[in-house]
Design a protein around this ligand. Structure first.
Ligand SMILES: [Cu+2]
Length: 178
């Protein structure tokens, strides 16, 4: 007996049933696109841990970060070019993801690296949560694609203007986007 076929047939029947009975549920399923995430590992002697998840929402990408072990205050937060966190200082992740060859800038502006994201803000316990929707990034293949790249958190705030990385200091966490 071919188990694969059985599973596929069952799934197809389930989809037809829900298409008839649950139009609203089907619509919301269509609205949610591909997902990816990165597990953060401490670097540069830090104790930072956490996860960063990405989900396609229409033409944008929603990023959600949940991080602990930071020093209180703001921390630069970027998608970096290389999906390689192996170096003790995360220098192996290379520079900011910048497929359009722009200067570093504010995440809300037009002239910026695609990988520029809002600073994380850690509370007095060193915990930070962020939820933002970004353009210029994608989970599909192509120039804006961020799969197999990395997310990096820095020791200091990104000033959103200094070149090439907002003067945000050491790399205290790194995770490959998968
Ligand atoms: Cu960075």
């Amino acid at each position: 007996m071919n188990t694969d076929n059985t599973i596929h047939t069952t799934a197809r029947i389930g989809c037809i049933v829900s298409a008839i009975g649950l139009l609203a549920a089907c619509a919301s399923m269509d609205a949610s696109g591909p997902k990816a995430s990165a597990t953060l590992e401490p670097r540069s002697g830090s104790t930072v841990t956490g996860t960063v998840s990405f989900q396609a929402v229409g033409q944008k990408l929603r990023v959600e970060a949940n991080v602990a072990g930071l020093t209180p205050g703001e921390h630069g937060f970027h998608v970096h070019e290389a999906g390689d966190c192996s170096a003790p200082d995360a220098s192996s992740a290379k520079g900011h993801f910048n497929p359009t060859g722009k200067s570093h800038g504010h995440h809300g502006g037009a002239d910026r690296h695609a990988g520029d994201m809002p600073n994380l803000v850690a509370d007095s316990y060193g915990k930070a949560r962020l939820s933002a929707e970004l353009d210029m990034l994608s989970l599909t293949e192509g120039p804006a694609g961020i799969l197999k790249r990395s997310v990096v958190i820095h020791a200091d705030p990104d000033d959103y203007k200094s070149q090439p990385a907002g003067n945000s200091g050491k790399r205290v966490a790194c995770g490959v986007i998968r």
